[in-house]
Design a protein around this ligand. Structure first.
Ligand SMILES: C[S@@+](CC[C@H](N)C(=O)[O-])C[C@H]1O[C@@H](n2cnc3c(N)ncnc32)[C@H](O)[C@@H]1O
Ligand code: SF4
Length: 348
């Protein structure tokens, strides 16, 4: 795919004891400035890459392109062609998404709702599956699963937040994006809003104004949240969606630990009370309609607390996922120790 030979010393860069490739995955050459040298870009360690861009209108640079140009642009067409190729079809070893194809699991329309099968979203989903089966790289279906980051604005200041530096640059998507995304509402099977904090975004308020179950009876709404605003009144607003999946970021089982990581005015008590209210709501309406889970970003300061977190959440009969802090910030990362024997005392 890249013309890069991992067994040849030429072209390898060794930095801090790690061997790095001389190009991004997917780059077709390594000629500086050549658009084929951009390859795939992985934002903040996300597993799904963005095709790299030289900033021309065929790229993924949202300031210049509208989503249609990106959806069927050169970068995505190349990515789809690769995924359809025998090499791409193999995927990465052990990849969950490969074992349980997203088309057949996570991104399915919500079932069992009146009118669902006649809806535009259902038809768009079926068209997408057909087009993928036919091996098309230019799709006439619209994006059916949208993950939207309107801005990085947030009411918390978590010590490890990977977005901290970018947040200070006050980066926002162009205003037209909210409209482009809302115009897709009838066709989506999943809309996931992140941030920053999703529930302080104007796009969230706009979604509530524009969405009705009649517009799309099989839409699943998802959000990853700091949980400070997910109270009873917000749960009532969420009940408009046929299915909801909320992930609470929760990084410590005690007030002291939680508040030392997730720095906010709301604090442990408010977030935990909201999480419990969500768990109760899940019990009342059933997991098919409302699912909540906790997610812990494991870092140096809280790795000793994983078992307590597991107990705390499982005692409430809810689920928790653990994911490691990414490379940054380095002082909190589990991959960087100055004096491992003293810093890894949690192993006892
Ligand atoms: C960036 S936040 C956005 C949504 C929301 N504000 C929240 O905290 O859930 C999404 C997730 O990224 C996690 N996160 C923040 N900084 C991270 C880092 N340096 N490494 C790995 N995950 C991180 C958060 O704990 C949260 O679960
Ligand atoms: S709540 Fe989320 S976005 Fe906000 S600072 Fe914490 S991790 Fe970052």
């Amino acid at each position: 795919m890249t013309g890069y030979d991992p067994s040849a010393a030429a072209g390898q860069n060794v930095v801090g004891g790690y061997t790095l490739m001389d190009r991004n995955i997917g780059a077709l050459n390594k000629t500086p400035g050549d658009r084929d040298s951009f390859g795939l870009a992985y934002q903040w360690g996300r597993k799904d890459p963005f095709p790299g861009s030289d900033g021309s209108r065929q790229g993924t640079w949202i300031e210049l392109s509208d989503y249609r140009e990106i959806w069927n642009g050169e970068g995505y067409q190349k990515l789809r062609a690769f995924m359809l190729s025998p090499e791409g079809a193999k995927g990465c070893p052990g990849c969950y998404e490969r074992k349980v194809s997203p088309c057949k699991s996570a991104f399915k329309p919500v079932e069992g709702v009146e009118g669902a099968e006649q809806s535009e979203a259902w038809k768009n989903y079926e068209l997408m599956v057909r087009e993928i089966d036919e091996g098309k790289t230019e799709l006439s279906c619209k994006p059916g699963a949208v993950m939207y980051y309107p801005s990085l604005a947030c009411d918390f200041r978590c010590v490890m937040c990977a977005q901290a530096e970018l947040r200070d640059q006050n980066i926002h998507l162009p205003e037209r994006m909210d409209k482009e995304v809302m115009d897709l509402l009838p066709y989506m099977v999943m809309f996931h809003i992140i941030g920053g904090e999703p529930f302080i975004q104007p796009a969230w308020r706009r979604l509530l104004e524009e969405y009705t179950p009649e517009l799309n009876p099989c839409l699943k709404f998802e959000a990853i949240t700091n949980g400070a605003l997910v109270n009873r009144s917000l749960l009532d607003k969420l009940s408009v969606f046929p299915a909801v999946w909320i992930t609470f970021s929760f990084d410590g089982s005690t007030k002291e630990l939680f508040d030392s990581i997730r720095v906010s005015k709301a604090g442990f008590e408010v977030v935990f009370a909201n999480l419990l209210a969500c768990i109760k709501h899940q019990r009342e309406v059933g997991e098919a309609r409302f699912k909540v889970n906790a997610s812990m970003t494991v870092q140096k300061s809280n790795i000793h607390d994983m078992v307590n977190m597991l107990r705390l959440i499982r005692e409430e009969n809810a689920d928790i996922t653990f994911s490691p802090l990414m490379m940054q910030p380095i002082p909190l990362s589990l991959r960087h120790y100055n004096d491992a024997p003293t810093e890894i005392d949690w192993a006892d």
